[in-house]
Write a protein that binds this ligand. Structure first.
Ligand code: AMP
Length: 339
């Protein structure tokens, strides 16, 4: 069940929201479903429960969940008189709008592991499956009305960030709160038809990934995506980045990643079946969650160093995992003997 600390945070955040007539919601750069779901979920919650408040979302567009809405450009004047609520963003550098310190007051709601307390009030709990799950509990604890628009946005964020309830962080609470959202009129089939939509180009691109991904000796599978590949398959960067999922969970390869060349940087999307990839990501100007993190490379010349480092990481994490399996087996055997 929700901790006392989280219940208290939910109540405080509601009180803060009630105090401000102008509110700006901000997520992270290159938003994903959880970021958009948190922004639009919170937007609809506030508009539905406090119709006189003026609320705007400042940030970038996320194409595959654009059915939830479109962020805006918020003026300096408005922001200076507003409460800013930052969602799903671990550190200031990743905020899609960096003007948070100009606001009258700021709140941060986030579930990243390496999250900084950059707002005036911070509710950070890495154990939550998604930031949207936190927004759902915020509504539930405060008995806020959740209309179909709010429920749709929040449910979209939970399903996209948990890979349809498959990832670490999903608990009985996650299912409990989703059952509550389902009662609010959320159409799960309609949401899946948006988030699962594929095009012929993305299918051909997936074929390219399978043919060109590489395997290291200690269990890393990776794909390098240059700008010309993104252009060749007529993809948005978002769709190209999503191709990472096709090389996940291959037996014997507990670490997988994509290095993708954006117009101004080379981004790394890193995944680990076991723990600790966010700590690894910090060596490459990144961070995130223990099993899903992001980072960057200064140039393709750095790829060889990364490959050697990540191969070592895979070797060590495999050994640690095998050791903990062995330790558990010994402990279970001992317990069995005693009983
Ligand atoms: P991605 O591969 O972009 O889906 O990122 C995986 C997770 O790591 C997400 O929760 C991101 O918010 C987080 N993340 C990605 N890049 C960074 C970064 N440079 N610094 C901190 N967190 C990041």
């Amino acid at each position: 069940m929700l901790s006392k600390k989280s219940i208290k945070a939910c109540k405080i955040i509601k009180k803060i929201i009630k105090q401000y007539d102008k509110i700006v919601l901000i997520g992270h750069t290159r938003p994903d479903g959880d970021c958009y779901g948190s922004e639009f979920g919170l937007y609809h919650l506030i508009k539905d429960n406090y119709p006189s408040k003026e609320v705007h979302i400042s940030g970038e567009v996320c194409e595959y969940v654009s059915f939830l809405g479109t962020p805006e450009i918020v003026s300096d004047e408005f922001l200076k008189e507003a409460l800013v609520i930052a969602v799903d963003c671990g550190n200031v550098d990743r905020l899609a709008d960096k003007r948070i310190s100009s606001a009258l007051y700021s709140v941060k709601i986030d579930h990243h592991d390496d999250s900084d307390e950059y707002a005036d009030m911070n509710w950070i709990v890495p154990a939550f499956s998604s930031c949207c799950e936190m927004i759902a509990w915020l509504a539930f604890v405060n008995r806020l009305n959740v209309d179909k628009s709010a429920g749709t946005a929040i449910y979209t964020g939970i399903t996209t960030d948990t890979g349809d309830f498959k990832h670490f962080g999903v608990t009985s609470d996650t299912f409990l709160i989703c059952s509550y959202l389902a009662d609010c009129g959320v159409d799960v089939e309609e949401i899946a038809s948006y988030t699962g939509a594929r095009t012929l180009d993305t299918i051909k691109y997936t074929g390219y990934i399978y043919e060109n991904c590489k395997y290291t000796k200690n269990g890393v599978v990776y794909i390098k995506i240059t700008k010309d590949i993104v252009e060749k398959y007529s993809l948005s960067y978002e769709k190209a980045a999503a191709g990472l999922n096709s090389i996940g969970y291959i037996e014997g390869y507990p670490v997988w990643f994509m290095a993708i060349e954006y117009p101004s940087e080379i981004r790394l999307r890193l995944r680990s079946k076991y723990e600790g990839i966010n700590e690894f990501a910090r060596n490459y100007k990144g961070g995130g969650h223990s099993k899903a993190a992001g980072a960057s490379l200064d140039s393709w010349d750095d790829l060889d160093r990364l490959l050697s480092d990540i191969d070592n990481f895979a070797k060590e994490s495999k050994q640690k995992h095998e050791f903990s399996d062995l330790k558990n087996a010994v402990e279970i055997k001992e317990e069995f003997k005693e009983s």
